[in-house]
Write a protein that binds this ligand. Sequence first.
Ligand code: ATP
Ligand code: MG
Length: 215
Amino acid sequence: MQLIGVLGGTFNPIHFGHLRLAQELTDALNLKEVRFIPAANPPHKDAPSVSAFHRAEMVKLAIADNPSFKLDERELQREGASYTIDTLISLRSKIGPEVALCLIMGSDAFTRLNTWHRWQEILDYCHIILVQRPPITVTNQPPLANELTLLLQNHYTENVSDLSDQNAGFIHMQTITALSISSTAIRSAFKLKQIPRYLMPQTVIDYIAINQLYD
Ligand code: ATP
Ligand code: MG
């Protein structure tokens, strides 16, 4: 069975942390493609300062030179909160059962998974690929909730080959190059009139400047 990566995020803005993550998982898991899915209305964040349109345009620019990276705008076409479960159901109905979906999550996102809408159903539709996100400190690594520890125990696999044996249901951890880059830090840099060169594609930096997104 082929594997498709699903990377949801606010992408406000997209940076090399996201892109390198997608590339390393593509190589390690032999992903056919990675879908970058910008959240229109992230349920757990204040409304993003930048419109979904601009955030999607930045993703488009960032992935333009990589044929296995795709922008998926399905959350932008839905009203209301952008719930991952709805996205997975919609993806699954489109691609059918013969493809394994691999939902990519940084550790910061995983520690909050038990607050997501219908989170117990997520593994019915996909595998979860977990990556460690630096920096590792006490504050960004709160102890894992018991129900998430249990979820890990029940679904964990070390074997990449399991991911292509069934189309959903496993949690796999992948080691990646630790890049301590965040959109939050990039937005702060722009506010201070600093240009975050070498943290994100120059095409995206130029787009931000032209459209004055973080002034
Ligand atoms: P913000 O600071 O606004 O929250 P962000 O940098 O965390 O932005 P998101 O769009 O929130 O970016 O992240 C989308 C997904 O990518 C999440 O699962 C997150 O954990 C993961 N991710 C983002 N940056 C990195 C990174 N540097 N290394 C590993 N995973 C990352
Ligand atoms: Mg984040």
